[in-house]
Ligand binder design. Structure first.
Ligand SMILES: NC(=O)c1ccc[n+]([C@@H]2O[C@H](COP(=O)([O-])OP(=O)(O)OC[C@H]3O[C@@H](n4cnc5c(N)ncnc54)[C@H](OP(=O)(O)O)[C@@H]3O)[C@@H](O)[C@H]2O)c1
Length: 284
């Protein structure tokens, strides 16, 4: 890169934004990190990595307009609380970022959506992303849409600790259901690549995954990672629906349809994409 270009990264204290910020910094980009609390630990960690935290809020368009001033690109991601869904807030926040990017005339917006978009999932926090994608299309801002699948990092909270010499997790999926997964680091890898190769990426919408394993194979991967026998017990979907309706809708869709990234093509393009086994090795 001849001149240092700056990317505004939203959600930079979180999983995806954090991975994108790290990867961009490693690649020699300047990173402006949108943070709500400039004195918080997350902002401090980003500053230590070399990013410039800027205070802003996805609900405050004025703060977003100030944050995008002078940047080359914007990475946009919005939180989704599945235990207390607020689809309207997610759409509003996604639009706010797109509006700010468009008003500032940024060269490249990379929006992180979700793999299910365009397949009529009916899952609220997937349909929000379809709406944000459509809004970005209508604005005409130069954009790339990345559609990540299930994060490998979800297992950090979903897999219980071993008890009595084994791990038993309950999941509302059939043991034979394939689940596509991606490591956060690879979202960072692909987003940074998109910013680096605008001619190839602007205008594209790409579903991204690093691996695909059945639920049974996921248990086997845990077992062989550290030798602790691991198995899943099937949770009835009605039970999950009673406890967490939005999560149940998503798992029901995983069981019936599921993500559809072209993992083989992605791996050919990015040979270092983490398999689930490799990700587990780094997270034991
Ligand atoms: N988990 C999966 O398998 C999966 C798969 C595909 C897509 N997704 C999607 O990924 C998205 C979440 O991404 P993530 O997991 O990277 O997020 P995350 O780790 O939950 O982090 C959320 C980030 O958003 C920031 N934030 C929250 N409210 C804000 C506001 N009002 N203004 C400014 N910043 C705000 C948080 O900052 P603070 O530090 O200030 O809180 C944090 O940096 C969701 O839309 C989800 O549907 C998830």
């Amino acid at each position: 890169m001849s001149e240092t270009k700056t990317v505004l990264v939203t959600g930079a204290t979180g999983g995806q934004g954090g991975a994108v910020a790290r990867r961009l910094l490693d690649g020699g980009w300047a990173v402006r990190a949108l943070v709500r609390d400039p004195d918080g630990q997350g902002a401090g960690e980003l500053r230590a990595l070399g990013a410039e935290p800027v205070t802003g809020d996805l609900d405050d368009p004025r703060s977003l307009r100030a944050a995008v001033r002078g940047v080359h690109g914007v990475f946009s991601v919005q939180p989704a609380d599945l235990t207390d869904p607020d689809p309207e807030a997610e759409v509003r926040r996604g639009r706010n970022v797109a509006d700010a990017a468009e008003a500032a005339g940024v060269a490249h917006l990379v929006y992180s959506s979700v793999g299910a978009v365009g397949r009529g999932s009916g899952v609220a926090h997937f349909e929000t992303k379809a709406e944000i994608e459509a809004y970005i299309d209508a604005l005409g801002v130069p954009a790339t849409v990345l559609r990540p699948v299930f994060f490998m990092e979800n297992w950090l909270s979903m897999m219980p600790r071993a008890r009595n010499g084994e791990r038993v997790a309950s999941i509302a999926l059939d043991p034979g259901t394939p689940l596509q997964m991606i490591a956060l680091a690879d979202i960072g890898r692909i987003a940074a690549d998109a910013f680096g190769r605008p001619a190839e990426f602007v205008g594209r919408k790409i579903e991204i995954a690093g691996d695909e394993l059945t639920v049974r194979q996921i248990a086997e991967a845990f077992t062989s990672a550290d030798g602790v026998p691991t198995r899943f017990e099937r949770q009835p979907i009605e039970e999950l629906r009673a406890a967490a309706g939005e999560v149940a809708n998503m798992f029901d869709w995983f069981d019936r349809k599921g993500y559809g990234a072209d993992v083989a093509a992605l791996r050919e393009r990015y040979p270092r994409l983490l398999t689930f086994e490799a990700w587990l090795r780094g997270n034991r």
